[in-house]
Design a protein around this ligand. Structure first.
Ligand SMILES: [Zn+2]
Length: 103
C-alpha cells in the first residue's frame, strides 16, 4: 500500500528540498526521500512532533471548488464620447442670398 505523504522537508542526507514526510504504522512521522531514497524515522513522540513542526504540511488534498478567487472585476464602462454637434448648415450666401437672388 502506497502511503500518502503528510508533508515535505529538506532531506537531511542529500538536501533534496521535497523529501516526503509520511507516517509509520505507529503514527510517527518519518522522512522518505524520493531522491536519495534515505529514510529517517522518528520512532518516538518527541522526534515525531519535532519533525511535524518543521515539515511543510500537505494541506490541499482535494480540489475545492467552493474556493473562488474574488478579484475585483472592473465594470466595463461605455466611453462617453461627447456627441459632436454639427455646425449649423450654412446657406450659401447667408443673409445676402435674397439680395443676390435679385441681382
Ligand atoms: Zn535525500
Amino acid at each position: 500500500m502506497k502511503k500518502t505523504p503528510i508533508g515535505h522537508v529538506t532531506c537531511p542526507v542529500c538536501d533534496f528540498a521535497d523529501a516526503q514526510v509520511k507516517e509509520d504504522k505507529n503514527g510517527h512521522a518519518y522522512i522518505h526521500c524520493s531522491d536519495c531514497n534515505a529514510q529517517t524515522f522518528t520512532r518516538n513522540d518527541f522526534r515525531n512532533s519535532k519533525l511535524r513542526g518543521r515539515m511543510r504540511a500537505v494541506t490541499v488534498t482535494v480540489p475545492d471548488d467552493t474556493v473562488t478567487v474574488t478579484a475585483p472585476v472592473p465594470v466595463p464602462k461605455a466611453p462617453e464620447k461627447p456627441v459632436p454637434v454639427p455646425p449649423p448648415a450654412k446657406k450659401p450666401g447667408g443673409w445676402l442670398q435674397p439680395l443676390l437672388a435679385q441681382g
